[in-house]
Each structure stands twice: as C-alpha cells, then as structure tokens.
Design a protein around this ligand. Structure first.
Ligand code: PEP
Ligand code: MG
Length: 324
C-alpha cells in the first residue's frame, strides 16, 4: 500500500484551494521510527511513551529511558517528535504497579492525574527527556489535562526539572515546547488564558469522543454508535479551532479518526491544519486531501447542519461520489 502512494510521498498535502495540512505520524516504539522516512510524515505528532513501560516487567531505570529517547531523537533526524508523558493507570496497568480497583477506569486515576499526585515517575521521565535531547529541541505533551490548573502544575514540574538539570550540569534543550492533549470536553471550555499560555494543543479524538457521547471506546456495543462526523461533535471541534486561532495556539488532532480519509477531510474543512495518524494512513489521507476543495466541503458541512442532518457523512460521501 505504501508503494501506491510513493509518488506523492514527498509532496505536501495541499488541497485544490491551496490549503496545506501538515501530516504527522503516531508512534510508540523504536520499531515505528523507520516509518517516518517511508511514510513521508513531517514528524511524530504523538509518541505514546507508555508502550515502552508496558512491554517490560519492571520499571525502567532513568538511564535506560535516556538511551531510549536519545535513540528515538537520533532516528527522527531532526524531525520533531512530540513525546507524550506516561498515560497509564486504571486499565493500562503496569505489571509492576499495584493495580487500582476502580469502578470506572477510563474516568479514574490515570495519566496526568497520576503524574501530578505521584510525580516520581513523571519527574524521571522529564529528566530522561531533557538528557536525551542533550541540547536538541524538545517537545513534551501532557495527556488527559481536564483543567487549566493541571496544565500549570505540570508545566511547573517541567520548570523545576529544567532548573535541577541545569544545576547538575546537564545540557539543556535548545528550545522546549510544552503542550497538552485536549481529550476531555471540559478543556474546550477552559478560560481563554489557558489557550494563551499552553504551547500547543492536540485533540485526542479517541478519548474526547468517548467522553462527549458518554460511549466507552472499548465497548463493542457502543463504540461505533456515534459518528465522529456527527454535527454536535464537529461543532465542539470547530469551537476548539476558533479558540486556538484567537490565541494563535498551534492545534493538531491525533486520535485514530485523523487517519480515516473522510474524517481527515472534514477535520481539515473545519480548520485543522495538522493531523497525526498511524503511518500507513498518511498516503490515503494525503491522496484525498490533494483532490479536495476544502471550501466546498465546508459548504457541504454547513448545509448538512442547516438541514438538521445528524451526521455530515452522507452529504460528504455524496459529494465525493459526484466528484468521481
Ligand atoms: C486519543 O485519546 O485520541 C489519543 C490519541 O490517545 P490514546 O488513544 O492513547 O488514549
Ligand atoms: Mg487518549
């Protein structure tokens, strides 16, 4: 399949009406890195660091993490890698951690909540990232931020870690960008000051959708019940785009839907200019974007909304069919 898209690999995802969408890839293991070259991705938009914790049977040492992150950065050859700090707890339990018996793990003590309440592991991870960068630029993203204060507290941890590393004589990254994932509806309604302060945002559509529709992403009975192209969900995303535009906050979308061509097209039509997906999706998404006129798709979305359609999918599919 990669071969089929080889001819557009080095071309931009530029639409017929001249809009360019940056396509990044999601990764989590060293083995994913060669895809950065073969897929033509601009960078790693989401590096899920928990995978490297999950494949072991004991807590990795800081020195092991330094070596690992350094190898990831080496393999990226200067392309940007967005490292997401550990997103575990609840259902993603580490074999070497005490399991928490929680009635609703997805709504439980996970991700940044664990990172802030028990900061030991997060601090170790931040130190390892700074040391691995060894003077190179570094990008860190915090998962599951539900309110401004959590971002502030996480950011303060970064600042403390930087100061400590400096005292210890380590080289600091040439530049550090700190961002957050927007995966709970609450964060979309955070004070404007949050949008001004956060370095960048990435919409975690998998979780955002699950919480927006109150439909468990792991439950086969309900996980496909609501369409990502549901007009209500698109409205939420549109509002996030507007708020980010107002504050000049870089915004991306890194949930699985970014890798589905029709979904990607609609996300671009409502204003997303950066998407991150599994490497194999980059070709198909780019191919569709290069044949599309976002202005026309935007009009179709708006017409569907005015008609009271539940999802814009049928109208967009009709349009694409007519296009041939
Ligand atoms: C998401 O929630 O959309 C996301 C990208 O994070 P994860 O799938 O790892 O929860
Ligand atoms: Mg998530």
């Amino acid at each position: 399949a990669q071969q089929r898209y080889a001819s557009i690999r080095d071309k931009p995802a530029e639409t017929l009406d001249g809009q360019t969408v940056a396509l990044h890839m999601n990764a989590g293991l060293m083995a994913d890195l060669p895809s950065l070259e073969s897929s033509g991705a601009e960078g790693v938009g989401l590096f899920r660091t928990e995978l490297q914790f999950l494949v072991r049977n004991k807590m990795p040492k800081r020195s092991e993490l330094v070596a690992l992150y350094a190898r990831v950065l080496d393999a990226a050859h200067g392309k940007r890698v967005i490292f997401r700090t550990l997103d575990i707890g609840s259902d993603k339990v580490l074999p070497y951690m005490k399991p928490n018996d929680e009635p609703n793990p997805a709504l439980g003590w996970r991700a940044i909540r664990v990172g802030l309440d028990k900061p030991g592991v997060m601090r170790m991870q931040l130190q390892a990232l700074i040391r691995a960068a060894d003077g190179r630029p570094l990008t860190v993203m915090f998962p599951f931020v539900a309110q401004f204060e959590e971002y502030r507290a996480a950011r303060a941890e970064v600042d403390k870690t930087i100061a400590r590393e400096k005292r210890l004589g380590h080289r600091l990254p040439e530049n550090i960008e700190i961002g957050a994932m927007l995966e709970t509806p609450s964060l979309a309604f955070a004070p404007q000051k949050f949008f001004d302060e956060v370095g960048f945002l990435s919409i975690g559509g998998n979780d955002l959708k699950q919480f927006f529709f109150a439909a468990d992403r792991e439950n086969e009975r309900v996980r496909r019940r609501y369409d990502t192209l549901n007009v209500s969900f698109l409205s939420l995303i549109e509002q996030i785009v507007e708020r980010c535009d107002r504050s000049g906050t870089p915004l991306s979308f890194c949930g699985e839907d970014a890798g589905r061509p029709i979904e990607a097209l609609c996300l671009a039509a409502i204003g997303l200019r950066s998407l991150s997906m599994r490497p194999a999706s980059i070709g198909p998404v780019k191919s569709l974007l290069r044949r599309a006129d976002l202005g026309e798709v935007r009009k179709i979305i708006s017409d569907a909304r005015h008609r009271g359609d539940q999802s814009v999918r049928p109208a967009v599919m009709d349009y694409l069919r007519d296009q041939g």
